[in-house]
Design a binder for this molecule. Structure first.
Ligand code: ZN
Ligand code: ZN
Length: 234
């Protein structure tokens, strides 16, 4: 498959080519975010396995994560990843996750991974939140494993969605089609991801034939990366 460095001035015209899921997995795990999230899930699973069988509370924790994750995806995509740079007290507030997401919209076949500057500090913060929430090592490990695995599943699916892989199952074909509409039709819609039907809940899944292609779908309204935000529709 292609492993050339992305050129933001000349976005690749087609998806990164992969020769089956094994080839895709190899490339995914060669990326820093894939390696970190894969290693984290493996380590947490190994430690959690030493803490006894899951009980009803563990099951409830996993269910809570599974229910929360798709809502969080939509909310984070809408309000963090698409947040324009802002000037606050003379300083520009523009988190790297938002800058990287704009780079991903500018060159949709690349820049799919979450930045390490976000993931590395998130690991201890994530652990601390679960310890504070549960005040129990075993429960905290269950939560960390559930959330870490869900994050890994998101990262892998997002990577795969931007390759030449053609999903066989209709669920994943819907996921891929809707995410590509977000990238190529209108960035204000189809903000969900692993559970694409969340967009039906938030009314952000219109019939694509009823809306025009957004002129800011590649820029998110930030025309100048010296970071002056252009209001949507301007
Ligand atoms: Zn994407
Ligand atoms: Zn987006």
């Amino acid at each position: 498959m292609s492993r050339r460095a992305p050129d933001p001035d000349h976005p690749a015209p087609r998806p990164v080519q992969v020769d089956g899921l094994c080839d895709a997995a190899r490339t995914f795990l060669s990326q820093p975010s894939g390696r970190l999230l894969g290693a984290q899930a493996a380590v947490l699973a190994a430690i959690r396995a030493t803490q006894g069988r899951p009980d009803r509370v563990d099951t409830a924790i996993v269910a809570g994560v599974v229910l929360w994750w798709p809502l969080q995806e939509w909310l984070a995509h809408r309000f963090i990843l698409h947040a324009p740079p802002r000037r606050v007290l003379g300083r520009t507030i523009d988190p790297e996750v938002a800058r990287m997401h704009r780079a991903h919209h500018a060159d949709p076949w690349h820049n799919t991974g979450l930045p390490m500057s976000f993931l590395v500090p998130a690991v201890p913060v994530h652990a601390a939140v679960w310890v504070a929430l549960t005040r129990n090592r075993r429960r905290a490990l269950t939560g960390m494993l559930a959330f870490g695995t869900t994050t890994l599943a998101y990262e892998w699916t997002h990577f795969l969605t931007h390759t030449s892989h053609r999903p066989k199952r209709s669920y994943f074909r819907t996921l891929q089609r809707r995410h590509r509409l977000h990238h190529f039709k209108d960035e204000h819609h189809w903000l969900g991801f692993t559970v694409p039907y969340v967009d039906d809940l938030f009314r952000t899944a219109p019939d694509p034939s009823t809306i025009a292609t957004s002129p800011t779908v590649r820029t998110l309204g930030v025309e100048d990366e010296s970071l002056e935000a252009v209001p949507a529709g301007a």
